[in-house]
Design a protein around this ligand. Sequence first.
Ligand code: GAP
Length: 449
Amino acid sequence: MKVDMDKLVSLCKRRGFIFQSSEIYGGLSACWDYGPLGVELKRNIKEMWWRDMVRERDDMVGLDSSVLMHRAVWTASGHEEGFSDPLMECKVCHRRWRADDTKDGRCPDCGGELTEPRMFNLMFKTFFGPVEEEAAVIYLRPETAQGIFVNFANVVDTARKKLPFGIAQIGKAFRNEITTGNFIFRCREFEMMEIEFFVKPDTAGEWFSYWLEERQNWYIKLGINKENLRLHQHGEDELAHYARVCYDIDYLFPMGWSELEGIADRGDFDLAQHAKHSGKDLSYFDPDSGERFLPYVIEPSAGVDRAALAFLVDAYDEEPDKNEIRVLLRLHPDLAPVKVAVLPLSRNEALVPMAKDVYASMRKCFTAQYDDAQSIGRRYRRQDEIGTPLAVTIDFQSLEDNAVTIRERDSMKQIRVPVAELTRTLELKLLGEPLEVLPPGGKYWLGFE
Ligand code: GAP
């Protein structure tokens, strides 16, 4: 369904996914805090990316480089000179705009005349050490990629990888964005998941196509509707200073098609620049051909916050339910902040010991939540709204037969399972097994019709 951004922002705040930064002081624009559920969602996105891009691949290694780097890194990379957006200011209301967010030289807010564009560098400056002088200026990194390039030789020397191979990194980045808004779409502090994939120059084209496909499939595998993704090739005027070719994977966000992830062919721009500025040899020796050369780089670069927004938008759904509307997040189980809710039918004290026992064993295996407030119907709704794929209910019958009910978020189907089989059944369900057919041997559990 088409989601209204305001509804999503309100759900995120109401249920503890995302809050405005420094809210009690009026907020700090384009900075966001992830609450108890948001932090789980974000960790899951990063964990799935790391699992699929690093752990399960032989041709990738990870890195965690520091946010603060030598100023020379940003001189060499071209960011000091060229990481700028054209800024225009409204002569009437004095709001500032990125030139590409305006039309006809008029302010999108009040229609006032805009100044001529001037270039504005997006890097946040700070001082390294106690003295606030020009010589102490350094930057908060605007991308994690440079930490990878400056460690290229270290990784080649230590990781025993031959081309083609990649270095992956997840970490914070900072950009003093001119126009912000659209919730967590464009933030001034955000997290990136970046891969620099080093290849022989004559294979760059093949690898570019490979990563374009691979990265779209990753979003689809984790639940994004294929129809909501498209590719957009950068024209000459859009290309970043380092890129030979670049495609965006666009997502159909509530405000329209916008960039979710960028895939760029950076050629040997970065390694060549760092070799030149540092005086260090960053070439690669190919033991098979006996040649020495600077590898080319294919870079799939994704934003964690943008991915979180896309997953939330895609998962949001509403459906009629009796006289009400059921709101649910159809999040993929791998991403859902809570996997299993444990719900005693009521607060009746006879149920509590068993419910607590079940909860204690569930939380050893899954991110689980215990909830005994309000009616069972309301508790199911609350779990639907935060995307919990499975709920386990303990009722009076459970005390007799030592079995509990599993209720599935999307279908609302229920089955009864012996407590001894609960963990295994939930595990299989979270892996996507159909609810009806359960082990051992595809047996139908008691209570399923
Ligand atoms: N190293 C390549 C690079 O930085 P980019 O297209 O500027 O490329 C990559 O950024 C991704 O980072 C974007 O596709 C987006 O997902 C995310 N991103 C960039 N700027 C962002 C911002 N201000 N807020 C949130 N995410 C951002």
